[in-house]
Design a protein around this ligand. Structure first.
Ligand code: RUQ
Ligand code: CUA
Length: 663
């Protein structure tokens, strides 16, 4: 009976409700309690999945601090709506204001978190974003050419030399005629791995090189570390190169692969001139904190290494049944690969892989790439760990923790002898799990967070869609203990947590007004003005508690495009001003102290339009407002602006005003 149930779970890839589902967390909940006014121990930076955003929570409380728009427009901040931030979402396909965000990689130095940047992938229209951890804002987005489904991304090397981006979908290359029959997959479809370099000072990203690969599907990846620094490991499925009904056809073979990439070797080939140029098109978008504006540059070439010209650069290791996660332990010696349909977790040894390569312990080739013998690379298998193993993280004490999607549990096992030490249910169908510092050489340990795919009966229901869910476990003892459920926004995939002490003291509080290099900044109320350029009207406006300058504007005509360039003159922490205009067909803008942001608004009818500050900034916040008058297209109402004075003198004739110019 148990067996039948088990295989039913496997075949349908549905979740099975754990037997212990009734037993919820008991008296350990206090461990997640953070008293009012107290800080959390960790910042937890969590992917938003199909909402295209990244969210920041406190651990252990699970409190939500911030949602960072990345591959999305945010009506709250104006990101992706303001003139300054629209270029962030530009791509070679034009403006793409959505993506599917799965993985987070925090920058590292010497294998440890350095608290500088968080990298995030966009799957759908392949991109990598960099978030600045002093502002919690998106600083840069780089599009990835020759890719479709940027899933094995972004994973980072131990000194942040590279973040990688390997394609989930193999496709015809960008510079080839893609108008080919889909069933010519095997001839025409190629895989691609991009090595994106990270400038050690500015963090700026650049595609250093790409490696052209056979047309497999890349799933996930981890960089080697310590002894395996210089290598990257990618899980691949669909080694069958199927192009239809992958559910069946990409699971035909008993084994797929872990691809081992020697990127130090790739660098040597690059120096030796082995790379070829390829003409492609991809956008590189950078936000400048001095001009408070993003620019989008279209790049036109990448350099590409072909494994056929570069022996000893790529190897594949057979791995059972559609591997998903491939994770490297803190020492860099062990590589755990989880086959979604496999009955065990193979753990490879970096030392053995090196020996196998030296001894040429190969089992033929896959598209010209040597296949290392499974047994020669294997440290051992974790036997009967559970069903549907996906991802593994490490506590730095010699233990590994693997998420089991199908059997809805986390299994703790020992790296040295592969013995299972403990198992604990998740509610339900866990995808990723994360231990603070888990992917680094020095995990911070203490907690583990499960990111579940199904919530079922855990929260008050909210119509057809239930909230997404995370669960917090205490892993400080021998047994894992569930201590908290907390809902999340979007669908959480991977996350990384970092000690609060590494970030909280270096948060940016304001932008210095004297450093504001925005071309439309007003660094004082004296610099405010309104100017017409054809049918564009530019308003240089300031905001300070509790008025906008100018707050009376006349002379705008039907059909005019009005650009409100609003500078927040405040120089105190946490005093943003918002700016909203009636009938604006974008969003508000939220302007940080010392910053300038621009809202574009089109006058669609004649009349009076109020505008106001949206952020409750002072006792007189409701007074922080103004009016704009729109006149008919042919009207001779002069451009006029003022604050605090009624200029010009009011005419006694209702409906008509003297037409003089301001100033
Ligand atoms: S994945 S649930 Cu998109 Cu990281 Cu494994
Ligand atoms: Cu400024 Cu409310």
């Amino acid at each position: 009976m148990v067996l039948i149930l088990t295989s039913a779970c496997l075949v349908s890839m549905q979740s099975c409700k754990p037997k212990t589902a009734q037993s919820a967390a008991g008296g350990d909940a206090a461990k997640a309690y953070v008293a009012p006014g107290k800080y959390d121990e960790f910042y937890n930076i969590v992917s938003g999945g199909f909402n295209g955003q990244v969210a920041v929570y406190g651990i252990p409380s699970g409190r939500l601090f911030r949602i960072i728009p990345v591959f999305s427009q945010s009506p709250e901040s104006g990101y992706g709506f303001s003139e300054e931030t629209k270029p962030m979402l530009n791509t070679s396909h034009g403006f793409v204001p959505w993506d599917d965000q799965h993985h987070i990689a925090l920058s590292q130095t010497k294998g440890e978190h350095d608290g500088r940047w968080a990298f995030a992938n966009g799957n759908n229209t392949p991109r990598i974003a960099r978030i600045d951890l002093t502002t919690f804002r998106t600083s840069e987005i780089l599009e990835i050419p020759n890719s479709a489904g940027n899933h094995a991304s972004p994973f980072i090397t131990e000194n942040s030399e590279y973040v990688v981006a390997a394609t989930r979908f193999s496709v015809p290359l960008d510079d080839q005629n893609g108008d080919v029959p889909i069933n010519t997959y095997k001839q025409n479809f190629k895989g691609s791995i991009s090595f994106v370099s990270v400038n050690p000072t500015s963090g700026e990203m650049n595609i250093a090189f790409q490696i052209r690969t056979p047309g497999v599907n890349f799933d996930l990846s981890r960089a080697g570390k310590g002894k395996s620094h210089g290598w990257f490991f990618f899980s691949c499925y669909n080694s069958e190169k199927a192009n239809t009904l992958l559910e069946v056809n990409a699971s035909a073979k008993d084994k797929d692969f872990v691809m081992a990439v020697n990127w130090k070797k790739a660098e040597e080939y690059l120096k030796a001139g082995k790379a070829k140029k390829q003409m492609v098109k991809y956008a590189h978008n950078v936000y400048d904190e001095k001009t408070h504006s993003a620019t989008s540059t279209m790049k036109t070439e990448v350099i590409v290494l072909d494994p056929a010209d570069c022996p000893d650069m790529l190897y594949v290791i057979p791995c059972p049944k559609s591997p998903h996660g491939t994770d490297v332990d803190p020492t860099g010696e062990y590589i755990a690969a989880s086959g979604k349909l496999a009955a065990s977790i193979p753990v490879f040894s970096f030392t053995k892989i090196q020996k196998a390569i030296a001894d040429k312990a190969f089992d033929g080739e896959y598209d010209g790439i040597p296949v290392i013998k499974y047994e020669a690379a294997l440290h051992g298998e974790v036997v009967k760990p559970g069903l549907g193993p996906l991802h593994t993280e490490f506590d730095g004490k010699g233990n590994a923790y693997t998420s089991m999607f199908v059997s809805s549990e986390i299994v703790k096992w020992r790296l040295s002898d592969l013995q299972i030490l403990d198992r604990v249910p998740t509610y339900y169908s866990i995808g990723h799990l994360s231990i603070p510092g888990g992917p680094t050489a020095k995990p911070h340990g203490k907690y583990m967070i499960a990111y579940n795919k199904i919530t079922k009966d855990r929260y008050l229901p909210t119509g057809p869609e239930l909230t997404q869910s995370a669960q917090l476990y205490d892993i400080s003892g021998e047994k894992m203990k569930l201590i908290l459920d907390f809902p999340t926004t979007g669908e959480p995939h991977y996350a990384e947590a970092i000690p609060a002490s590494m970030l909280m003291d270096k948060q940016r509080k304001i932008y210095k007004i004297e450093e504001n290099a925005h071309p439309y900044a007003s660094k004082g109320e004296g610099q405010t003005k309104v100017e017409r350029k054809g049918n564009q009207v530019h308003v240089w406006m300031t905001a300070i508690r509790s008025h906008l300058t100018p707050d009376n504007i006349e002379g705008v005509k039907l059909g005019d495009e009005v650009y409100f360039h609003v500078t927040n003159l405040e120089q105190d922490w946490d005093v943003p001003h918002g700016f909203a205009m009636k009938a604006a067909n974008n969003a508000e803008i939220l302007i940080m102290p010392g910053e300038t942001q621009t809202l574009k608004w089109v006058a669609d009818r004649v009349g009076i339009f109020p505008f106001y500050c949206t952020d409750f900034c002072s006792a007189l916040h409701q007074e922080m407002s103004g009016y704009l008058r729109v006149s008919p297209a042919g009207s001779n109402v002069a451009l006029l602006f003022s604050t605090g004075t009624n200029k010009p003198a009011v005419s006694t004739n209702a409906g008509s005003t003297a037409e003089t110019s301001a100033k």
